[in-house]
Design a protein around this ligand. Structure first.
Ligand code: AMP
Ligand code: MG
Length: 352
């Protein structure tokens, strides 16, 4: 199969994508978070094709994307709860997925057999036009399972060329990290995956919001995942990733020490750093991510993919404070690093 890339801002391209979906096919499309790989949400056979193309484990459910709140009524069991109403007024369209009890119209293939469904209204205009033309779309990120999520059409093409008929190109994704996943079926509501809408912002609207403990650490033995996506190593480039956290100068000095030791052992090394820290690394190989957490989040997945393109074997990343958008950033980086974190502020030889 030839994979075509068309400009998503052309109405004809959107119509072509909708027609493919209506005849049971799958299509990649841009959203403000990352690119999605979509099928019509009520078409179980089409949804299964998504899992095949990505190599995604069947127990990891998909998010259903809608273009207006009327579409939501059909997908959930019962009325829209008050908290959900408040949150969609405040944050939709935008990077927040809400987990609610599902209706019978949502096939098991979408929810991985769970009795809940995750729903989101994206703000990207290409995505909204496609959903209006095709109906609710079930979609995970449009990467091969385990690889960093795609934030450009080219990333999707590199992973899925030959496996899908069409990619709608909408340029680079504005947020660059996947949506916040909020479970509204428990009290208090709980963030299972942090994203562009922060727990702090959610708590402001509905009064309280917890963050699942697995967000910044691996699941313990015997601990069950509340969101199946939590179980897998994710977002990872081929090389080893090490996060170095701490105050600016100590962090940079630790990164340099680790880099030089690995380089001496013949390893190809690279550093992911805030642009303002470039000068702290001398002539070492640095991929700058930007000047603030928004820019760094937008660039992270593209940078991790570049690490593979250059064949980096040891990748040292600056950590950042895990609050607000920094929580989502550190969650993704943590998974890419299999939670390997070095604290530069900890004294050498300190005993636990
Ligand atoms: P992806 O689109 O690849 O970012 O994956 C969607 C994310 O939403 C995964 O982490 C899923 O585990 C999560 N998710 C989707 N539906 C549910 C649900 N019903 N319950 C818990 N987590 C969900
Ligand atoms: Mg994904």
């Amino acid at each position: 199969m030839e994979t075509e890339i068309l400009d998503g801002y052309e109405m004809e391209a959107v119509e072509k994508a909708a027609a493919i979906m209506k005849s049971g096919g799958i299509v990649a499309f841009p959203t403000e978070t990352v690119y999605g790989l979509g099928a019509i949400a009520t078409d179980a056979a089409a949804v299964k094709k998504i899992f095949e193309a990505k190599g995604r484990p069947g127990d990891n459910p998909l998010i259903v994307h809608i273009a207006n709140t009327d579409m939501m009524k059909d997908l959930i069991d019962g009325d829209i709860p008050l908290d959900a109403n408040l949150l969609c007024e405040e944050f939709w369209p935008g990077p927040l997925s809400m987990i609610l009890p599902r209706s019978r119209k949502v096939p098991d293939a979408v929810t991985a057999g769970l009795n809940t469904v995750a729903i989101r209204m994206p703000s990207n205009t290409v995505a909204l036009e496609l959903i209006k033309a095709a109906g609710p779309i079930a979609a995970p990120s449009a990467n091969s399972s385990g690889r960093p999520s795609p934030t450009t059409a080219k990333h999707v093409f590199n992973d899925l060329n030959g496996q899908i008929p069409l990619i709608l190109d909408g340029g680079s994704c504005r947020v660059g990290l996947e949506s916040t996943v909020l479970d509204l079926t428990c009290t208090p509501p709980r963030v299972l995956r942090p994203g562009g809408v922060t727990p702090e912002q959610i708590a402001e609207v509905i009064g309280e919001c917890e963050v699942d403990g697995s967000v910044l650490r691996p699941l313990g033995e015997g601990e069950t995942a509340r969101s199946p996506g939590m179980k897998y190593r994710h977002y990872a480039p081929g090389g080893n990733v090490t996060i170095v956290k701490g105050s600016r100068k100590r962090m940079a000095s630790k990164v340099c020490t680790l880099y030089d030791a690995a380089a001496k052992n013949g390893k190809k090394c690279a550093i992911l750093a805030a642009s303002g820290n470039r000068s702290l690394y001398g002539d070492r190989k640095v991929r700058m991510l930007g000047n603030n957490i928004q820019e760094q989040s937008r660039e992270l997945f593209a940078a991790l993919r570049e690490m593979d393109d250059m064949g980096a074997e040891e990748i040292f990343c600056e950590g950042t404070e895990a609050k607000e958008l920094g929580l989502a950033y550190m969650n993704r980086l943590g998974r890419a690093a299999s939670f390997h974190v070095v604290d530069a502020d900890e004294r050498e030889g300190k005993r636990q």
